[in-house]
Structures are given as structure tokens and as C-alpha cells.
Design a protein around this ligand. Sequence first.
Ligand SMILES: [Zn+2]
Length: 198
Amino acid sequence: MNEKEICSICGEGRVTDHVDQVEAEYNGHKGNVPLHYQLCDACMSDSAGAVQMRANKRGMIAFRKQVDGLLSGAEILALRKRYALNQQQAARLFGGGPVAFSKYENDDVAHSEAMDKLLRLVLRSESVFWELVEQEGMTAELRHAMAHKDLAQEPKSAQAPASPRDSNELRAKLAERQVTPADVAAAVDWARSQAPSA
Ligand SMILES: [Zn+2]
């Protein structure tokens, strides 16, 4: 796989992959984005093939999402894993074509502001997630999926109050999934809201 390609410009040298951080500007905001390219060890030409160009496009879209305040591809992936959804189920539940979530998660396209608001709402509240699941007629198939997941909730009938120990365990589990501290706080608030108030 790492066998070096022959330079397409001089036909003699071998090219190696490089990544530089370059400054980009979008809507008045500046930031660094990765620039992928290949450098020839003979003629020193730099070039970008299809692989590098796709990576560069993804880097730029990720930067624009950040400026626009949209969830990153990695955050959308984490949300989908948290609720044990595959990409097709996510598209059926939230809207979008069969490859929409693949594109969101890889930063191939930026999702809409409306989609972002829906995803953030579901990220904040698991009860909202299940209401949406019910609305879309997907309760049976998704309850099954969650039941096979280590983060699956205890049955509602358990009525176990959220103790500090439970909260810490939840934090640890969420941290393993690389969810942000804000997400953890929202999840813990939700867990506490489910506990008996007395
Ligand atoms: Zn060359």
C-alpha cells in the first residue's frame, strides 16, 4: 500500500504524501485547514491527485461547518453510534437520502441548519429521540438495536434514581465515545430529570 508512486510529471522520481496546515478564510473567519499533496523526490514538483483533492475538500467543508456552528462529522458519527443507528436508519429517522449520513460524517457535505437543530435536540434529550422514533414508526427495530448496546438504558420500570456513581459511570461511558463535555452534561441532566423528584 505504501509503495511509492512514480511521479506523473517527470516520470522518474517517487512521490510521497505530505500535509501542511494552510490558512483559510470563510465568512470573515480565518483558520487552519490541512492541505494534502504529493511531492516528487526528483523534480520536486508538488501535485494533488483525486485522493488528496478529496481530503482537501473535506478539510475545507469541516472548517466551514465549524465557522457556521454546525456539528462536525465526528460529532454526528458519535450521535449515531450513541443511539445504535446505522447510516440508513439515521437517514430514515432524521431525513435525507441513503448516503446522506456518510457524507455528513466524512465532511463531504455540510448538513442544513434545520438538520443541525434536530440533531442537537436529539443529542440533548434521549426522550425526544424516542418520540421521534415513535413518530417515524421505527420503535420496534430501534429498541432492539439499543438493547444490544452496552449503553442501553435500564428499562423505565426500574425506577432507579440517578446516583452520583451512576452519573460518573455515564460520564465515563460517554467519554469513551468521545462525546463533548457539553453532551455529557446534557445527558446527565436528562438522567436526573428521569429520576423520581422526591
Ligand atoms: Zn517528479
